[in-house]
Each structure stands twice: as C-alpha cells, then as structure tokens.
Design a protein. Structure first.
Length: 102
C-alpha cells in the first residue's frame, strides 16, 4: 500500500499531460449500445465538466449520467450499497434487457 501511494504522483505526472489533450468526443463519438455513466459529485481527479460535455455530445441509443452525490472518485467504495443497487438496475437505467455480449 505504501509503494502504491508513493507511486501516485509519478503516475499522475505521466498521465495528466496526455489526459489534458484527450478529446474523447472526437475519439469515440458514437457507441452502438446504451451507456450508463457514473460519476462522484465531488470528484477532484476527474472533473465533472468533462464528463458532462462528453455525455452531451456522445451519440448512443440511450445515455444516462448518474451522479453519486456523496462520493468523490470511488463511489464503489464511498457509497457501496448504492453502487450495488445501481449495478443491479443497470439494464433498466439504460433501457435494455439485453446483455452487451448478446
């Protein structure tokens, strides 16, 4: 765990420059499946504005942007019960009864 935490600044330095220029809307403008986007409302690592902009322009049969109001970057740890509930309801949230692999 200590080694992992010590590596965070190095990893961020290596990735942030590339992430700052990443244009996800140009790179992946359309998906052929319904999309469920999940974001912690207080996430400082992944700005909400970037996800909101992408959600707005992404073309998909159905899109749902779901906020975890009491989470930062890891809603699966910060709101585990709600996260489990969302996963169990994911099909209904994106409006399909088919698994992506079907």
């Amino acid at each position: 765990m200590v080694r992992t935490l010590r590596a965070v600044p190095t990893t961020q330095a290596a990735l942030l420059a590339e992430l700052a220029t990443l244009d996800q809307a140009r790179r992946v403008p359309r998906l052929e499946r319904p999309v469920l986007m999940i974001q912690g409302r207080h996430d400082k690592a992944a700005p909400a504005s970037a996800l909101e902009q992408y959600a707005e322009v992404l073309e998909a049969p159905k899109k749902t942007l779901l906020w975890f109001e009491h989470s930062r970057h890891m809603p699966h740890f910060e709101e585990p019960e709600e996260f489990r509930r969302v996963l169990l309801q994911a099909r209904s949230l994106v409006g399909t009864d088919r698994c992506p692999s079907e």
